[in-house]
Design a protein around this ligand. Structure first.
Ligand code: SAM
Length: 228
């Protein structure tokens, strides 16, 4: 919905389409999967531990109107901003640690694009539910679970609640216990579930990164349906 480090907007099309009426994103960020194509029409539940991110969602769901969003001021290169919604448009994972930022051309442009996108698309989220807290606060209901945590990596510094605060073995056990289907995203260091390659992303300066996926379909429920 807004620019967000690690968002899945460009690659949402590679993930399986939801088979359940409810989509739960227990690591919400900017919730690109739930916004992809018609996914937003489902009942969507977002869980996000970073209060500042959860507050943006709560504002979008309950208060924002296209007019209010369009009337937010544009940003001028060189000026300073302490607004978290501006700061996350800086296209760096360290943005989560800044209190004030000097507006760069990239930030100004990202903000301009996001403002337009939010104003045009906010009607899609008015029926969504937002839970501010740890992923484990999500209700264990039959759903399509789109689980996209901070990736297990060496540095662990991005986001306010980064990978260094996550017990990945615990998270894997929790994910497996959810009812319905599970779509789980990881990067090249993902080793705590039987991940398989999804795609390779070409970055700048010849760098590339691997996206992995673990998918568990709702086979148990489907088998039960056949016998009833
Ligand atoms: C990789 S991002 C999700 C990106 C999202 N899929 C998108 O398309 O924008 C991971 C998110 O999980 C949040 N997070 C980190 N630890 C968490 C926890 N224990 N419970 C819930 N959310 C958490 C971070 O604040 C961040 O917003």
């Amino acid at each position: 919905m807004f620019y967000y480090y690690g968002r899945k907007k460009q690659i949402a099309k590679y993930y399986p389409s939801p088979n359940y009426k409810v989509i739960v994103e227990p690591f919400a960020g900017s919730a690109a999967y739930s916004l992809y194509k018609d996914n937003w029409k489902n009942d969507v539940i977002l869980v996000e531990k970073d209060e500042k991110v959860a507050d943006i969602w709560q504002w979008l769901v309950s208060e924002a109107t296209p007019e209010k969003i369009r009337s937010l001021p544009d940003l001028k290169v060189g000026e300073k901003s302490s607004e978290f919604l501006h700061i996350i448009h800086a296209a760096t994972k360290m943005a989560f640690h800044y209190k004030t930022i000097k507006v760069t051309p990239v930030l100004a442009r990202n903000w301009e694009i996001s403002k337009r996108y939010m104003a045009d698309n906010m009607f899609k989220v008015k029926h969504w539910k937002i839970i501010c807290g740890d992923y484990s606060k999500a209700p264990n209901i039959e759903a399509t679970w789109f689980i996209d945590p901070p990736y297990k990596e060496n540095s662990g510094k991005g986001y306010r609640y980064s990978s260094e605060f996550i017990n990945y073995d615990h998270l894997a056990k929790w994910a497996k216990s959810q009812k319905g289907e599970v779509i789980f995203c990881e990067g090249m260091y993902g080793d705590y579930l039987p991940f398989t390659p999804l795609l390779e992303l070409k970055g700048i300066a010849g760098k590339s990164s691997k996206e992995l996926i673990y998918y568990r379909s709702s086979n148990i429920c489907k088998q039960l349906e056949i016998f009833t």
